[in-house]
Design a protein around this ligand. Structure first.
Ligand SMILES: Nc1ncnc2c1ncn2[C@@H]1O[C@H](COP(=O)(O)OP(=O)(O)O)[C@@H](O)[C@H]1O
Ligand SMILES: [Mg+2]
Length: 250
């Protein structure tokens, strides 16, 4: 499956993600059915940095999983770039996801027995890149993330913030058009959180990569361009982040 092309990436204000009337029911048609998403409509432009907030259980993780196609929707359309993902077979979806979407989860999901550099190079090796080149690129990115002196440490030998940087590196190495984070700074102290947010901001601004971050932290959300509020499986309202307003005034 093709990677969303550079010229598509460069179009200003183009829509990268469009969701229409998305529903997700867990345990569908059973007595314990949960209607977790109840008609989500959402449009994200290329290069947007968007926060999703809302009380526990309102469907934030479910929505992120649907955008990332980690789980099946019940109904609705999701268009990424210009691809309606319902038209993709499972195999096509797997490579489409690998090429276009990066994931950063709270629990890091690093491979425990691989070193930092091995964790980061894995997506490139899966894509079939030559191992020498993959190693070089992974090292370069880790150095950029301030992890140049921790290349050969395993996750258990790293602090939470350092592990998160490795997870960020692994999500970014493919230069995915969309990066999804579920509480990506959730376990980090406030200094490390602001470092990670500054890093997100930088890659967002430099590479025009789109970020969608779930957070319960208002301070984190306010560093995004938009904040989308969810309640009971629906979007209740959206607001522009102060960061964005400030930039527009200048
Ligand atoms: N795998 C699952 N099976 C059944 N119900 C689930 C599952 N995952 C989430 N839910 C339910 O769906 C609703 C939304 O959950 P979730 O998306 O995790 O919310 P949030 O991330 O906002 O806390 C909740 O009521 C939750 O209990
Ligand atoms: Mg959640």
């Amino acid at each position: 499956m093709k990677k969303i092309k550079n010229q598509e990436k460069e179009q200003e204000n183009s829509i990268i993600l469009s969701i229409t009337n998305l529903h997700k029911r867990y345990n569908e048609s059973k007595s314990n059915e949960v209607h977790a998403l109840r008609g989500i409509d959402l449009t994200v432009r290329k290069g947007d940095m968007m926060a999703i907030m809302g009380p526990s259980g309102c469907g934030k993780t479910t929505l992120l999983n649907m955008i990332g196609h980690l789980d099946r929707r019940s109904s609705g359309d999701i268009i990424i770039g210009n691809v309606n993902t319902l038209t993709l077979s499972d195999n096509q979806m797997t490579s489409f996801r690998r090429d276009n979407i990066g994931f950063i989860f709270q629990l890091f999901n690093l491979f425990p027995f691989l070193t930092a550099v091995e964790n980061v190079e894995t997506p490139l090796l899966l894509k079939g890149m030559n191992s020498g080149l993959a190693r070089e690129q992974a090292k370069m990115l880790l150095r950029e993330l301030g992890m140049g002196d921790r290349l050969y440490h395993q996750p258990s030998e790293l602090s939470g913030g350092q592990q998160q940087r490795v997870a960020v590196g692994r999500a970014l190495i493919n230069q995915p058009a969309i990066i999804l984070g579920d509480e990506p700074t959730g376990d980090l102290d406030s200094t490390t959180s602001s470092d990670v947010m500054a890093l997100f901001r930088r890659i967002n601004r430099t590479n025009k990569q789109t970020l969608v971050l779930v957070t319960h932290n208002r301070w984190i959300a306010e560093q995004c361009d938009y904040i989308v509020h969810m309640r009971d499986g629906k979007i209740s309202h959206s607001e522009q982040g102060p960061f964005n307003k400030k930039e527009k005034k200048q």
